[in-house]
Ligand binder design. Structure first.
Ligand SMILES: [Fe+2]
Length: 317
């Protein structure tokens, strides 16, 4: 029995294990049936797959959750789109249920459900850019942060059913080209309003409908996001803050803040500007449990980064 999830693990829920003598055999049978794997799934693939409800599994109580380690070949099978489609038809394997803040490049999206909104993270394009789709759960209105690349994969997040979210807004966190490769396509398909920092708007390939500055807000259905201008990585970089009334704040930082440091700057003046804004507008006013969603790579929290602020200043990057 294992409690807690290690970083990078993903959680799958098996909803129908009745006919299987073990979870391993069950998934093995599915993988082999659909021949989506270059070799049979071996028992060693499950060596570190940890059943979170062992007793439930033994009694065939459902659902049973399995943790798939990052290195497991099984994980790659479960992430293959064809496999997921085939298995969904059998109602055997459903998607991830535990948000860790990690998604694989070109891999499956990860979704976190808050009481008011859902947040879906997807890595797109050759530079492992993160696109975030936020959906208001009451109205179905959606907002996309960085239509960075892979128009089709971003569109797939919205689905095609009659109840699919309506993409009302796209916010571009800053003007660097890896963050807007799909902006024109997604905007053209959806008619969404386009938002970007005022000082970066002129450098985008599509006209900005609403230029943003410090203190502005962007609507998301019944909710709203607060705009925090962070000047330095680019002059018009913006972060977006969602204050969850039931929990900790959620901060989308673009390339201005990552695990381990601020975003890249090209002059000492730009570095000082970014650090000053991060200090005054983020670290001084938001709590340690603020969850940080960066423009590339894994998520972090302000509490994890705060002890390093002085070190970042001293090193100058
Ligand atoms: Fe950037």
């Amino acid at each position: 029995m294992r409690t807690g999830y290690e970083k990078g693990f993903q959680v799958y829920t098996l909803t129908d294990c009745v006919a299987a003598t073990s979870i391993g055999e069950h998934v093995n049978a599915i993988a082999n049936d659909y021949q989506m794997f270059s070799r049979p799934v071996k028992s060693t693939d499950f060596a570190a797959a940890l059943v979170s409800t062992e007793q439930g599994a033994q009694r065939r109580q459902l659902p049973t959750r399995v943790l798939i380690p990052p290195s497991s070949a099984l994980r790659r099978v479960l992430q293959m789109p064809n496999f997921r489609r085939a298995s969904a038809g059998l109602d055997t394997v459903t998607g991830m249920s535990e948000y860790t803040g990690h998604v694989d490049p070109q891999g499956a999206p990860a979704t976190r459900e808050l009481p008011d909104i859902t947040i879906t993270k997807l890595s797109v394009g050759p530079m492992d850019n993160n696109a975030y789709l936020l959906v208001c759960r009451r109205t179905g209105d959606a907002l996309l942060i960085d239509a960075a690349n892979d128009n089709q994969r971003i569109s797939d997040l919205l689905g095609d059913g009659p109840d699919r979210p309506r993409l009302r807004s796209i916010v571009t966190t800053h003007s660097h080209a890896d963050h807007w490769q799909a902006l024109g396509a997604v905007a053209g398909q959806t008619g969404a309003n386009l938002y970007a920092g005022a000082a970066d708007a002129a450098a985008l390939p599509v006209p900005t409908d609403v230029p943003l500055d410090q203190g502005d807000t962007v609507p998301l259905g019944d909710c709203r996001l607060e705009v925090i201008a962070l000047r330095g990585h680019t002059p018009g970089s913006v972060a977006l803050l969602f204050r969850d009334p039931t929990g900790y704040p959620h901060l989308f930082t673009g390339d201005s803040l990552f695990p381990g440091g601020p975003g890249k700057t090209v002059t000492p003046q730009n570095f000082s500007s970014l650090m000053d804004d991060l200090q005054a507008r983020v670290f001084d006013v938001l709590p340690d449990d603020t969850w940080v969603y960066p423009g590339h790579g894994d998520d972090t929290t302000l509490g994890a980064e705060r002890p390093q602020l002085a070190q970042w200043r001293a090193r100058g990057w």
